[in-house]
Design a protein around this ligand. Structure first.
Ligand SMILES: Nc1ncnc2c1ncn2[C@@H]1O[C@H](COP(=O)(O)OP(=O)(O)OP(=O)(O)O)[C@@H](O)[C@H]1O
Ligand SMILES: [Mg+2]
Length: 396
C-alpha cells in the first residue's frame, strides 16, 4: 500500500500542511528541528494510533491549538481509503474512514500499515522489557487488528484484578465467610485474566517464532555478516516458568517452539501459575504472572543484547527488528509503508549501502535525513525540502 496524500492541521509544528505523495522512495531533508520527524510521526500515528516519541497525545497538538487533525489517502489492494483522526487531548479522539465516523478510534487500525524505524528504537534493545512487549503487541496489531481489542481487554482485567489484590492484601486478617468470599472473587478474576491473557500470549509466541528468522537475516545483512556477531531472540513467558536461555542459538526456548502456543493450553498454564503465586501476590499487591511480566530476550553473539551489546550492535539490532517486521508484514500480503527516520547518518558506508539494497524495492519508502548526501544513490526518488518556509518538492 502507499499514501497518496497527507494533510495535517495543527499537528506538532504544522498549522496546515498538504502533501502529494507517490509510490517508491521519497526523501525529506532539511535542517535540524524543521519538522521532518513530525511528518513521519503523523503517518505512524495514522497507522498505529500512537507516537513513536511520546506516550501521550498532548505534545502532538500544535502549541496554542486545541486539537489536531491528521488525514491520509491510502491506495492499496482494497482500492483507495481516506483515513482521518482528530486528536483531542484530555478528551476522546475521533476517527473516520472514508468520511464515515467510526464507533471507536481503534476501528481504524489496519487501514494504513506502516513500519517505522527511528533513533528512539534504540530503546528496544537498551530499554525496559516494557519497550519490547510494546514492540511485539504493536506488530501483532499490524498483523491482525483484532489484537488491539484483545490487548485492551487484558489490560482492563489486569487493572481490576490488581486493584482487588491490593484491597485483599490490606484485609489479610479476614476470617471465615469473608475470607471465603474474597477467595472466590479472586478465583473468578484469575479465570478472567487467564481467558484474556491466553490469546495474547499465544499471539506473541507465534509472532516471535515467525519473526526470529527475519531478525537473524536482517541483522546479518545490516552488520555485513561478520562471524561471531549473530543475533538471536526468544520469548520468556512468566506463566510457563521456562528459562528461555537457549534463544541465542536461534532454536528458541520451549515457550516459543510453537506447540505450546495453543490458547486452551496456555489458559490452563496461566491458571496454574496464578494459583502458585497467589500468596506472594496478596503480599505484594501486584499481579506477578501473565503477558505483562514477560520478556522478549535479545542476543548478540550469544550474549544478552541489553547490558552487553556495543552501541553499534544495539543500533543494528534495533534496525534489524524493524526490517524483520517489514519482511514479516509483506509476506504474502501487500507491502506496508516503510519509514526510515534519520537512519543513514548513524551508519557507515557499507551498512548504508546494504540497508539501501534491502529496502529499495518497497512499495513506498519514506526517508528523512538532515543531510541528503547521507542517503545512497540507489534510493533516488522524489525529494522534498523541509524548512521554515514549508515542505517543498525539490529538484533531483
Ligand atoms: N506541539 C508542538 N507545537 C509546536 N511546535 C512543536 C510541537 N512539537 C514539536 N514542535 C517543534 O517541532 C520541531 C521539531 O521537529 P522535528 O522533530 O520534526 O525536527 P526534525 O526536522 O526531525 O529535526 P532533526 O533533524 O533534528 O531530527 C521543534 O522545533 C519543536 O519545537
Ligand atoms: Mg528528526
Amino acid at each position: 500500500m502507499h499514501l497518496t496524500r497527507l494533510a495535517l492541521t495543527d499537528f506538532r509544528s504544522y498549522p496546515e500542511l498538504s502533501l502529494e505523495l507517490g509510490p517508491g522512495v521519497t526523501t525529506f531533508s532539511g535542517p535540524n528541528g524543521e519538522g521532518k520527524t513530525n511528518l513521519v510521526e503523523a503517518i505512524g500515528y495514522l497507522a498505529t494510533l500512537g507516537s513513536h516519541r511520546v506516550a501521550t497525545d498532548a505534545p502532538l497538538v500544535r502549541r496554542g491549538a486545541e486539537r489536531a487533525v491528521l488525514r491520509a489517502a491510502v491506495t492499496g489492494a482494497q482500492g483507495s481509503t481516506l483515513v482521518e483522526i482528530e486528536l483531542n487531548p484530555g478528551r476522546a479522539n475521533r476517527a473516520r474512514l472514508n468520511r464515515a465516523p467510526l464507533p471507536r478510534p481503534r476501528d481504524v487500525l489496519g487501514a494504513l500499515r506502516t513500519v517505522l524505524f527511528a533513533p528512539e528504537d534504540l530503546a528496544l534493545v537498551k530499554g525496559d522489557p516494557g519497550e519490547r512487549r510494546r514492540f511485539l503487541d504493536e506488530l501483532l496489531v499490524a498483523t491482525a487488528p483484532r489484537y488491539a481489542g484483545l490487548r485492551a481487554d487484558y489490560e482492563r482485567v489486569l487493572r481490576q484484578r490488581t486493584a482487588l489484590l491490593k484491597s485483599a492484601g490490606a484485609k489479610g486478617h479476614l476470617r471465615g465467610a469473608a475470607r471465603e468470599s474474597m477467595t472466590a472473587t479472586l478465583d473468578a478474576w484469575d479465570a478472567q485474566l487467564a481467558r484474556a491473557g491466553a490469546p495474547l500470549l499465544a499471539g506473541r509466541i507465534r509472532l516471535v517464532a515467525a519473526l526470529r528468522p527475519h531478525v537473524i537475516a536482517a541483522y546479518e545483512a545490516v552488520s555485513g555478516g561478520r562471524s561471531g556477531e549473530s543475533s538471536g531472540m526468544s520469548y520468556r513467558a512468566s506463566v510457563l516458568n521456562d528459562d528461555g536461555l537457549d534463544g541465542a542459538g536461534g532454536a528458541g526456548s520451549g515457550a516459543d517452539r510453537g506447540q505450546d502456543a495453543d490458547v486452551p493450553g496456555l489458559e490452563t498454564a496461566m491458571l496454574k501459575a496464578l494459583a502458585g503465586v497467589r500468596p506472594s501476590e496478596l503480599d505484594r499487591g501486584v499481579c506477578l504472572v501473565g503477558p505483562h511480566r514477560d520478556e522478549l530476550e535479545l542476543f548478540v553473539g550469544g550474549l544478552p543484547a541489553r547490558g552487553y551489546a556495543s552501541h553499534g550492535e544495539s543500533w543494528s539490532l534495533a534496525l534489524a527488528l524493524r526490517l524483520a517486521s517489514f519482511a514479516l508484514l509483506r509476506e504474502g500480503r501487500e507491502d506496508p509503508v516503510l519509514i526510515l527516520d534519520d537512519v543513514f547518518a548513524e551508519l557507515d558506508e557499507g551498512r548504508r549501502d546494504r540497508l539501501a539494497a534491502l529496502v529499495a524495492d518497497g512499495e513506498q519508502v519514506l526517508i528523512t535525513a538532515a543531510v541528503p548526501a547521507d542517503v545512497p544513490d540507489v534510493l533516488a526518488g522524489a525529494r522534498f525540502t523541509v524548512s521554515a518556509s514549508g515542505v517543498v518538492a525539490s529538484a533531483g
